[in-house]
Design a protein around this ligand. Structure first.
Ligand code: NAD
Ligand code: NAG
Length: 322
């Protein structure tokens, strides 16, 4: 049986057949959003092993999965980049960044060459710095270079709040913006449950609501990845589903608002990538409507932007980023 006709032409490429890459490919396969999924990795044998295994799942999902080369990016609706190395013991954060920057230098220009009209979706960490790098290295307009950014953190935050307030996460409207990292900020001033302010909802339901309780929710959000990594050495399922939720409005031209990372000017800091709610559709990530933050949040966003900018400056001083 051929794939549904509306998706017949949808090809998605995943660069990096490691844990995040293959889990994303598998989630995408089961979603039915793509007719063809191509995996590219420097370790071709590993990629082939993964693809062979996945092709047996594809048998049920009616999509084609295969190993590819950069030429195969031609015609892809989106190219997801999960390739890179993880921090090794004793390695500094900046050393890791330099290593992954070099990995991107070997990947992004090739993707851009073969798929000049595609949308890049970046997951490799540090995702904001590498989204900026991918924008430079591809020469693509800012709306076509999207970092997964705080989409993951926003998901975890909604999950934490939904548990605290005892409602379905779909009814929690709350976002984490800024860096996908320590300087991220929860936007409390705009958080709501189905249109009701958290304070009012809590008061009527008799649920504790104070700074301490809410701090604990945002702390658990921020610590979640550390905790998971301590136990199993990596994270893969959450991020894979988040990546599919970013791809979905791109593939279906869905105009969904998602907190993703993009190059722009934020809180007075120019030419930096961080996450804000963006409208995602067939042409990429658009920042149509600014988030109305309060003064304290604006200050926190500025700090977040500056901490990412400092890393970009350090890369530049090193002569790496040109
Ligand atoms: N953004 C998020 O929310 C989020 C969540 C989890 C992980 N991550 C990040 O995703 C990245 C991947 O994590 P992982 O657990 O899958 O790592 P992994 O080590 O399992 O996989 C990385 C893969 O990249 C490949 N690779 C390395 N250099 C390459 C190159 N030059 N060209 C092609 N392929 C190359 C490796 O062969 C390997 O298969 C990491 O940077 C990690 O920090 C991001
Ligand atoms: C996507 O959204 C942007 C911003 O709202 C809009 O300008 C553009 O036309 C939309 N693109 C498509 C393909 O619908």
């Amino acid at each position: 049986m051929p794939p549904p006709s509306r998706l017949q032409s949808i090809k998605i490429v995943v660069v990096g057949a490691g844990s995040v890459g293959v889990t994303t490919a598998y989630a995408l396969l089961l979603s039915g959003l793509a007719a063809e999924i191509v995996l590219i990795d420097i370790d071709k044998s590993r990629a082939l092993g993964e693809v062979t295994d996945m092709s047996h799942a594809a048998h049920y999902a009616q999509a084609r999965v295969r190993v590819g080369e950069y030429e195969d990016c031609a015609g892809a609706t989106a190219v997801i980049v999960t390739a890179g190395v993880n921090q090794k013991p004793g390695q500094t954060r900046l050393d890791l960044i330099k290593t992954n920057y070099k990995v991107f230098k070997s990947i992004i220009p090739q993707v851009a060459h073969h798929a000049p009209d595609t949308i890049l979706v970046i997951a490799t960490n540090p995702v904001d710095v590498l989204t900026h790098a991918a924008h430079r290295l591809s020469g693509f307009p800012v709306e076509r270079v999207i970092g997964s950014g705080t989409a993951m953190d926003t998901t975890r935050f909604r999950h934490e709040l939904s548990k605290h307030f005892g409602v379905n996460p779909r009814n929690v409207h709350a976002v984490i913006v800024g860096e996908h990292g320590d300087s991220q900020l929860p936007v409390w001033s705009l958080a709501s449950i189905a249109g009701m302010r958290l304070r009012d909802y809590a008061a009527q339901k008799g649920i504790p609501y104070d700074e301490q309780e809410m701090e604990a929710c945002s702390r658990r959000t921020k610590d979640a990845a550390y905790e998971i990594i301590q136990r199993k050495g990596k994270t893969n399922y959450g991020v894979a589903s988040v990546l599919v939720s970013i791809l979905e409005p791109i593939i279906t031209n869905g105009d969904a608002l998602v907190t993703v990372s993009r190059v722009g000017s934020y809180a007075g800091v120019d030419d930096v990538a961080l996450s804000m709610p963006c409208k995602l559709n067939r042409s990429g990530a658009h920042q149509d409507v600014p988030l109305l933050l309060d003064e304290k949040e604006k200050e926190a966003l500025r700090k977040s932007a500056e901490s990412i900018k400092a890393v970009l400056d350090a890369l530049e001083e090193d002569g790496l980023a040109e």
